[in-house]
Every structure is written in C-alpha cells, then in structure tokens.
Design a protein around this ligand. Structure first.
Ligand code: SF4
Length: 421
C-alpha cells in the first residue's frame, strides 16, 4: 500500500532539481499529480526570508520560499478560504529537518508562514528522521522507486560535476543536464523503473565536452547535510562557479545522507527513544546494503566510474580522534570523516565547507575542528550560504582554486587530464 495520501495534489520539496523532479516522477504511479515544488533559487530564499524570523538557516529559508511560491501558484488567496469550494489540503513530501537538529523544525515554520500569508495549512508526509520511519517508507514498492529516483539524481549530478570543468561552457552543461533530467522524468512518470529510465540518458554530456586537455584540481565538498546535497543556489552553485577555474567539485551523493540516517537508527537510542532491537538493526542494515547496491547500479546505468559512498561507521572511525560519534547534530561526524579521508587518501587538492548561515552544528565543526582534522595538509575554505558577501566569496574561491591548481599541476599523473577519446 502506498504511504502517499489518496488525493493527487502532492508537492515534492527537498533538494531542488534534479532530485525533486525525479522523486516527483517516481511518485506519479501512486499520486498522479505529484510534482516538484520548483527551483530552490535565490528568489525562493528571498521569499522565505520575508516570511520567517531573522536568523533562520538556509534550508528553512529556501524551502519555505519555494513552498509559498508553489502554494500561491496552486490557488489564489481568495480560493483558500474554508468553505465548500476550498481545495483539499496540499500534501508535501519532504523531510522534517536536516537531521537530529533541534534548531530547525521545518514543518512548524512552513505552517506558520502559510497561515501568516492567509493560506490553508498543508499536510506533510514523508519519513521523519528515525530508522523505523525510514524503514517503513523505503521497504515498500513506492520506497524502492524513491530510492532509485534519488540514486538516479545523484548519478546525474555526479556526471554533471565531472563534465563541468571539462566542458567549453558551464551553461551548456546545465542545459544538457536539464534535458537529460526531463527525459528520465518522463520515462519514470510513464512507469519505467528510474534506473532503467536513467540508462536511456547515458552519454548525455558527451556533446558539451571541450576537445582540449587541461589540468583539473579536485575540491572535496563538506558541510551541513542540506547545503552539501542541495543543487543550485543552495550550494552557492559551486560546481558551475569553480568549473571555469579548472576545478572539479567532489560532492558526496545524497544517498550518503540516507546512509547516515540509517546508521543513526541502528545506534544508541537518543532522548526517549527505545533501544533498537536486533531484528530492527538487521532490517536497517539490509536497507543500507540496498542503498549501496542501488548507487552502484545508478553509476552503471550512466557508465560512470562510481564515486565513493562511504560507510558512516568508517567515517566515524576517521573522525573519532576529533569528535565522539555519539555527538549528534547536522552532519555529525560525517563532515570530519570526509575531510580526513581527503587527507589520508590524497583524493582532493583542497576542501571547502559549505554551510548554512546560522547553522550551529556545522559552524562548530568547520570553525573549531576541521582545521585540526586536516593537519595543514590541504587548503581549507569555509563558506556560508547567505545572500551577502558575494564578491568576497568569489575572490576567496579564486584564491583557493589557484592553490588547488598549483597542487594539481605538481601532483601525480592521475590528476592530469587527457584529451577525450
Ligand atoms: S543542521 Fe544546520 S542547516 Fe540543517 S537544520 Fe540544523 S541548523 Fe539548519
């Protein structure tokens, strides 16, 4: 049975395109009117800023603004009054927060912003951040499609990030990605399995590659979960901004966020939660194995060399000298583990922490811990997702890119690009 509401009016709100588009397409077998809430762009952020108290963090600003915009497009204000002609409550498929973060409880803020604008409350559906809830959602036919849809979006983003610094123009890559996403969404909405639909888009980026070789520097992206996995303005468009400077951004797949949530669900109980039973733990471990297998299948569908989808338990080991894994909030130990891995595996030339303005968990990690975890082995730049300081941010990025490229030029041959065959 589907966990989606029986009526059709379902908005998918989370990470922007292509993730929200693909998840909405995957939902259409169960809710025919499922659609994305639209781009999480600076206009959405500005609208959220008008509606929310000062100091709200980026995911709350972007998602609130996108939700208000979609609600306004759905029904003009005079139609939202209660009565016989009032539309059924809008259902929204989303997560309730970045993770175990008491600072931003999204649903409460969304409802308040809608009511303040004179709109009807919404009905939020979707898993809460607990292992049991994730299992109930994902261990279903709908959940299998959702998992494939997220993996397909991750694979498209990975191929986009790799294509960008090797392309003639970043805008051409984004344009080709939008066309490929639309193609995969159409096939998925028509009933195809998302990964089968993804395979039909293999090679989408071939036409936009440049014909000449250049040195490419690789920058590892870390930060709070939403900023690391959001697409576009929520991530400061870093892959597109850095590509012309010769930098490839290594952003972990959003499936890592899912693995981290499943890892939390198997761990020590938190607050008043009951301890997890061996059977529950085994079920979550099996689901985690499916996540890993689905990621490999998504990369194979696009003929991509897979990027790593690290085990959060292994990241916890890497991070343990700097942060006890029992401390939770934001991305917990994942940020530190990814940074340590970049040092130990020599897999990047620099590290950027992209974090929401006002994100307490990630600010503490990037301001106090990452410097020590990197041991001065790699250049490090913390950046806040906020509308101010654009020029200062660009000049800091240019400096970091120059240093990363200097290291890439000196580096081993595997970092030296060859002309496309
Ligand atoms: S982890 Fe940071 S960005 Fe995410 S909800 Fe909490 S405060 Fe906001």
């Amino acid at each position: 049975m589907s966990a989606l509401p029986p009526h059709d009016d379902l908005l998918v709100l989370g990470l922007g395109a292509p993730h929200d588009d693909l998840v909405a397409a995957a939902c259409r077998l169960f809710a025919a009117g499922a659609r994305s809430a639209g781009p999480l762009d600076t206009a959405a952020e500005a609208r959220g800023r008008e509606a929310l108290p000062r100091g709200a963090c980026a995911p709350l600003l972007f998602t609130t603004g996108a939700l208000l915009r979609a609600a306004a497009e759905r029904a003009p204000l005079d139609e939202t009054a209660a009565g016989p002609t009032a539309p059924a409550p809008l259902a929204v498929l989303s997560l309730g927060s970045c993770g175990p973060c008491r600072y931003a409880l999204f649903e409460m803020a969304w409802q308040r912003a809608l009511v303040t604008e004179g709109r009807s409350p919404i009905r939020v559906v979707g898993p809460v951040n607990s292992g049991a809830s994730l299992h109930d959602w994902l261990d279903t036919p709908l959940g299998a499609r959702l998992l494939e849809a997220i993996a397909a979006a991750d694979a498209l983003v990975l191929s986009r990030n790799r294509a960008l610094p090797r392309a003639k123009h970043a805008a051409e890559v984004e344009h080709a990605l939008a066309a490929a996403t639309a193609q995969v969404c159409a096939a998925t909405a028509a009933g195809a399995a998302p990964l089968a639909a993804l395979a039909s888009a293999r090679g989408w980026e071939r036409g936009v590659r440049a014909g000449t070789a250049r040195v490419i520097a690789r920058v590892r992206l870390i930060g709070d979960p939403w900023s690391v996995h959001a697409n576009g303005d929520g991530q400061l468009c870093l892959p597109s901004v850095l590509a012309p400077l010769g930098v490839e951004v290594m952003a972990p797949p959003a499936l890592l966020w899912l693995r981290y949530s499943l890892w939390l669900g198997r761990g020590e109980p938190w607050g008043r939660e009951a301890p997890v039973t061996p059977a529950q733990s085994a079920a979550l471990a099996a689901l985690d194995a499916r996540v890993v297998a689905t990621w490999k299948s998504a990369c194979a569908a696009l003929d991509l060399e897979p990027t790593e989808l690290p085990d959060p338990a292994w990241l916890a080991q890497l991070a343990a000298p700097f942060l006890p894994p029992t401390l939770r909030g934001g991305y917990g130990h994942v940020e530190i583990g990814l940074a340590r891995d970049a040092v130990l595996a020599s897999s990047a030339h620099a590290v950027i922490s992209v974090k929401s303005f006002g994100c307490m968990p990630s600010s503490g990690v990037s301001d106090a811990i990452i410097g020590a975890a990197l041991e001065d082995a790699l250049p490090f730049l913390p950046l806040e997702v906020c509308p101010d300081g654009h020029a200062a941010r660009e000049s800091r990025l240019a400096l970091l890119a120059a240093e990363a490229l200097r290291r890439a030029t000196r580096g081993p041959d595997r970092f030296r690009e060859r002309p496309p065959s």
